[in-house]
Design a protein around this ligand. Sequence first.
Ligand code: ARG
Length: 423
Amino acid sequence: MRLFLTRCLLVFTLFSTTDLFATTTVVKAGYVLDVYSGEWQKDRLIFIEDDRISSVQSSATTIPEDAIIVDLSQQYILPGLMDMHTHLVGHLDTDFYAHLFQSPHRAVIGGVVNAQKTLMAGFTTVRNLGASDYTDVALRNAINANEVPGPRIAASGPALGITGGHCDGNALNHSFESKADGVADGPWAVRQMVRKNVKYGVDVIKFCATGGVLSKGTKVGMRQYTLEEMQALVDEAHIHGKTVAAHAHGTEGINFAIQAGVDSIEHASFLDKESIQLANKNGAAFSMDVYVTEYILSKGIENGIPQENINKERKVGTKQRQGFTMAVKSKAKMVFGTDAGVYPHGDNAKQFSRMVKFGMTPIEAIQAATINSATLLNWQENLGTIQAGKLADLIAVKEDPLKDIAVLESVDFVMKAGVVYKQ
Ligand code: ARG
């Protein structure tokens, strides 16, 4: 046994000797957050080889001479933040109807700018939920190829929805014959649309299970899709190894979607006790955008949002916050999702203080944006904590966010996969 161990050590040493030729980065960290316990580990050295963390050591550990040193010894270090609901492509936040006049090509250039803002705000991973023409897939690929800076993206491509539903485009009259890319009615059409999205490279499937606030003529409380259609959609997505995100405000739509097996409920405005029980039983997470209502109600008219939609927001906002408090109390699985794009990109972290205001402890809000989101994406082996073996996604702030969560609104340092983007 001892011989075997010695051999293993020898092999390990040989490998690590060759590894010495690769660059090692060492982050001198003042405080490193353990996101599970909410404890700070003081004075650590985070060793990074290429894109991954190789170890987290005490500050007494010897640093290799040729290592690149990043001095964050006065800072608080957290894993890169994750936003499970963004709309990176386009300019929804400042001009409500911009998408009608913008080519997808122009919109994706906006997406490049938005992606950079998001990364600089400390969000190293996002889920993009809903983009026509697979523009978010294109953006993801350009970021992955290191052509433009941005967060790691789990892209949905076009969101699936019923004819005339929240995920259709209903602004133009019928003579334009306009229809959103993801419209599919009936179980087989829905399966085909999932297959098409998979064919064109999406990571996740999004669909609309109820009406919405910002669409024309839809009712927020009304279910869209039958249970049969939702089951077909989820089954097809899961066969392909893709998770499913359901936009749902109304109670029936939320509960049908969870019964159908979705992985996350977006907005979840009118969730009830049954929704929480079903979600806890089926392992679904809630992604509740509890900041955006403030932006829509204060800036909506100025940005051209019609009165019809402002009125719907008034119905939704308060209920959603109450539902959020109830879900937190009931220990529902919560992730961090903002709907950024409806409000300015880069302001994603403003939601943290609202999550705390409506019932979370600061560490719970941080867990939502790190380990819980990583788990929802099925990327928990790679992301969500600062541990050996994980991708080196790190952010730093000057003060303790567990004392004042709003400090996450001004992130000083951003590293994604071992590359420093902001210092
Ligand atoms: N995209 C969502 C919709 O149109 C925005 C909802 C925003 N409101 C809220 N309170 N979360 O339905």
